[in-house]
Write a protein that binds this ligand. Sequence first.
Ligand code: GUN
Length: 280
Amino acid sequence: MATLIDGKKLAAKLKETVRAEAQLLPRRPGLAVVLVGDDPASRVYVTSKRRDCEECGFYSEEYALPAQTTQAELAALVDELNGKGHIDGILVQLPLPKGLDERKVLLSIDPGKDVDCFHPHNVGQLTIGTPVFQPCTPGGVMEMLREYEIDPEGKRCVVLGRSNIVGKPMALLLLHANGTVVLCHSKTPDMKALAASADILVSAVGRTGLVTADMVKEGAVVIDVAMNRDENGKLCGDVCFEEVASKASYITPVPGGVGPMTRAMLMKNTLTAAKLHQGV
Ligand code: GUN
């Protein structure tokens, strides 16, 4: 039976470290969170981020804009936040409602306040191995591996899903940690066999029931990044947890796995930004 990787516990530990460091700064870190429209899942995430800020002793501002917000209105808000001295990090919750150009919005965020690590400047820094910010979800996964002394060096790492938010940056971080990385996507032939060859398997597709026991090597480390809902509306990941847990050496649960780590990494990035802005 696999060891459960406890994301909740590790996230609490990470946030405590962030809080202690933040207290030493002349000015407390500030995060602005922008939510456009009324997607219920996004609403929940935004509320959690406010709580995380309170726990870490950060200042936070929240902007809830209507779904009809125009590109120009959103650009004006980002511009204003770019100029605010007490705001270190800006997070625009994705996805944006139809009609708004996500790429344009992300490009307009000051790279020094891009705590999501979505701006091409920061993605470039990450790609060449000199990142200022860690992409939150993949960065959180790396923290989990470190905590449980799972070293990707020399391991075969298979990532399922090639999104800009998770799959691609996840592959880069594992590569920088000297893993041998295979990045699978919807056009990959025989993904099952590739997954079954992994020492470390990361699933970030968003399809309930995708990863079955026959896709997992005996003793593999299985990280489930997905946040899906099953037919009863219950939160679940991509991995068939019970059957895979009996084969894996380590496994993350959903909920209580990667999710809390993503949010803790956002706090860590906001602290990093605050240090940079204060010359610490
Ligand atoms: N939507 C889902 N995940 C994320 C994230 O990490 N950052 C932002 N801004 N939006 C998201």
